[in-house]
Write a protein that binds this ligand. Structure first.
Ligand code: ATP
Length: 429
């Protein structure tokens, strides 16, 4: 398996991901998505959004990051979203208590402070006065924006249980030990869906969503099945709101780790918001004339963590004619650049043909036009960024009105009429 350093370096060299604020020496655990990274990430988000909201029983939402501070009291985060931490008295390094065994610092052997609880929520203030009345938190999960809008959504959209609300957005956690590139950061994006069900049907829907979500990684994202598995939370791991929880894990270079949590949250959140807001969040079932607080099945995917899994899974090195070829075998729907158009030489008449090809394709696909370096080098660059097809215009193209299309994975080349290129790609994307 590829190591993390290789992925970090490729991401920087090829414009996927840069260290945040790099010219100032960087800021711990913040990363910026470059031109190719943002295309890939947007493609991932679009795929997820479509997989959720194209269902008749799911609608979307985009709620605010800043929420009423009472939300986080009701949700249990003020009280319960904490990690135990210890500091080293000598080197000042900070650890989650469960990462150290014994009473000595794992880095320098120094003495450790007593264990303290540390709340992971970022605090800030609204308005000019920094008093306790102006305190707000940056949301540590997008889910609460969905719960507090439950009634707005189901009445305005005339939704009937079972139905779900999907949301993509930033979340913030003041992690004690961020690291491993974009695996654990303090600012990250989540793609969450909360599915509201009758209590008696919660177990059935939990099993259904487990299956749907596992298949999403396997079939839609194209991650290797042998590197995917479920992990069930034991009593110690369960979050304060969860009744049952399964993680979908991916085998990263750092071992098996969670990329998505699937949680049976019972009626915990809606019941707590009803209690704290004094607003009824009961649902009335017209068919059975029953009133109840729906149970929630949550699917919670980390967008950045999935990005890392995608890069690792796609990365391949292979021997071609005695040389090492690096190729990102990205799923075509995720690839940041779909087609590269390459003139064999910098001659004006070849460039003119290329420009026409670009114009005919760019309204439908993200196309790159590249004239610098040998054709071999340009193929290598496109392989490394996962471009599924390269179209090469050569001197013969001027007479036969055809171009060579090279397939990233098989490296097979087809000679295709310029007028047929559009159809050729329609069949392949
Ligand atoms: P972990 O145990 O790794 O801290 P978690 O169980 O706290 O994760 P959840 O609260 O279930 O995570 O969040 C859902 C998803 O959000 C995770 O599966 C992960 O993909 C993503 N996620 C959570 N915390 C971070 C983080 N600090 N950086 C990047 N992604 C994160």
């Amino acid at each position: 398996m590829v190591d993390m350093a290789t992925i970090v370096s490729l991401c920087k060299q090829r414009g996927f991901i840069f260290q945040g604020s790099e010219i100032y020496g960087g800021i711990g655990s913040a990363w910026d998505y470059g031109p190719l990274g943002v295309e890939l990430k947007n493609n991932l988000k679009k795929l997820w959004w479509k997989s959720m909201t194209s269902r008749l029983d799911i609608v979307g939402l985009d709620s605010a990051i800043l929420m009423h501070p009472r939300v986080w009291e009701a949700s249990g985060h003020v009280e319960g979203f904490q990690d135990p931490l210890v500091d080293c008295k000598s080197c000042k390094h900070r650890f989650k208590a469960d990462q150290v065994s014994g009473k000595k610092c794992p880095d320098c052997g120094g003495d450790l402070t007593d264990l303290r609880m540390f709340n992971l929520m970022f605090k800030t203030h609204v308005g000019p006065v920094e008093d306790s009345a102006s305190l707000v938190y940056l949301r540590p999960e997008t889910a609460q924006g969905i719960y507090v809008n439950f009634e707005n959504v189901y009445t305005s959209m005339r939704k009937k249980v079972p139905f779900g609300i999907a949301q993509i957005g930033k979340a913030f956690r003041n992690e004690i030990t961020p690291g491993n590139f974009i695996f654990r950061t303090r600012e990250f994006e989540q793609m969450e869906m909360q599915y509201f069900v009758k209590p008696s049907e919660a177990d059935k829907w939990f099993d259904k969503w487990k299956e749907i979500r596992f298949n999403w990684y396997k079939d839609e994202i194209g991650l290797g099945e042998s590197r995917l598995r479920f992990h069930q939370h034991d009593a110690k791991e369960l979050a304060h709101y969860a009744k049952v929880a399964f993680d979908i894990q991916y085998e990263f270079p750092i071992g098996w780790q969670e990329i998505e949590g699937i949680h049976h949250r019972s009626d915990y959140d809606l019941r707590r918001h009803q209690e704290y807001s004094n607003k009824s969040l009961e649902y009335f079932d017209e068919a059975t004339k029953e009133k109840f607080i729906p149970y929630v099945i949550e699917t919670s995917e980390g967008c950045d963590r999935t990005m890392l899994a995608i890069m690792i899974d796609a990365y391949h090195e292979e021997e071609v004619k005695g040389e090492t070829r690096v190729v990102l075998r990205l799923n075509k729907s995720l690839a940041p650049i779909k087609i590269a158009v390459l003139p064999l030489s910098k001659k004006d008449d070849l460039i003119a043909v290329c420009k026409k090809v670009v114009e005919s394709l760019q309204h439908r696909y993200v196309v790159e036009f590249n004239i610098s370096g040998s054709i071999g080098k340009r193929y290598r660059r496109q392989d490394e960024i996962g471009t599924p097809y390269c179209v090469t215009v050569d001197f013969e193209s001027l007479s036969d009105q055809k171009a060579t299309v090279r397939d990233r994975d098989s490296m097979k080349q087809d000679r295709v009429e310029l007028s047929q290129l559009k159809n050729y790609f329609l069949e392949r994307f």
